[in-house]
Ligand binder design. Sequence first.
Ligand SMILES: *Cc1c(COP(=O)(O)O)cnc(C)c1O
Length: 412
Amino acid sequence: MANTFSPINPPPRLMMGPGPINADPRVLRAMSAQLLGQYDPAFRENMRETQELYRQIFVTQNKQTFLIDGTSRAGIEALLVSMIEPGDKVLVPVFGRFGHLLQEISSRAGAEVVTIETEWGTVFSPEQVEAAILEHRPKFVAICQGDTSTTMCQPLDQIGKICRRHDVIVYVDATASVCGNPLPVDEWQLDAVSVGLQKCLNGPSGSSPITFNERVEAIIKQRWHVEAGIQPKGFVPGTGSRIQSNYLDLAQIMAYWDSGLNHHTEATSMLYGARECARIVLEEGLENSIERHRLGSAAMIAGLQAMGLRLFGDLEHKMFNVTGVYIPQEVNGEAVRRTMLEDFGIEIGTSFGPLIGVIWRIGNMGYNCRKEFILQTISALASTLRLHGMKLPSDGVREAWEVYRAAGQTAS
Ligand SMILES: *Cc1c(COP(=O)(O)O)cnc(C)c1O
């Protein structure tokens, strides 16, 4: 007999790492709705509504605001590969793992990439970025807002304006920061931004909302080449070079969203999910969502510090949704994570590159950024550290609880 295994039945877990997180059950329900044809007027209406919802998430008027089917990296790659023509110069300020990713994707797209680097756990000043622009005269700047590898949140309020002043196009990866940290795209003059659902947007990975303005649209339109089999009569391709990727060709995907020119089959269930993610945030209020993350971060910091643990990086510029904490010398970091996962059902994050074995990353994101889960995580971590032989000055629970009490959010 064929081995069909058992039906999917995941163990109950509380995911308090740097993402993914537990999805809001509303999102899971939306994703289980019946499918529609991609040209069904009812589905086209769902697409239009999704665009309108994400304009509100990005705080933008950009017409070009839609979903890329794929994880966040698909949104990053769609924008970079569609904007960058071989030989274009791209400046990437690198402050963590995801800066290196932007460097790599830009260079695969044929760019001449220059980087500036700052130590992991720090961010760039606007002056540093401006000096690099003046020195290298790039066409594009590609930068992360929140780099979960270091927990840092790069201030962008000046960088967008600096880029505009020097006629540079700026792309931002805000996957991990959107809805947990401020990101007013138009006000900050950010030309192109991509995000994902699995951090502060309460959803699963698998859809990447993006937005870009007319400056970027013009660059992409110039590169518009339509697949031979579906070319409208009299179609005149753009004068720019053909975009290297078919799947992530924003010129074609734009036409698919605008006028229904055939490209891929929209990932229907993911669109239902992405639409519900945005609805949840907007019902709460974008400002309230950010404030909930700010408060969660303050509680997490208070709890961890009260345990006597040392926090990683420049806390002034820490993302509101993830905290890096040095692994105490007395314990084995991976053994602690295993106890947390298998005996308490709570996942906390390890790290990348130079920080492996040095810090854990503990998230308070999206659906999981709530008082109960944060107090449970702090309490479980203190218990786990004690099980592993540590003496702690406090279990951190009272200190974290007090943060919520001061905000009027406790039962007593
Ligand atoms: C989590 C994260 C991603 C995730 O990309 P996926 O393709 O969805 O795995 C991308 N960028 C940043 C900055 C992140 O923190």
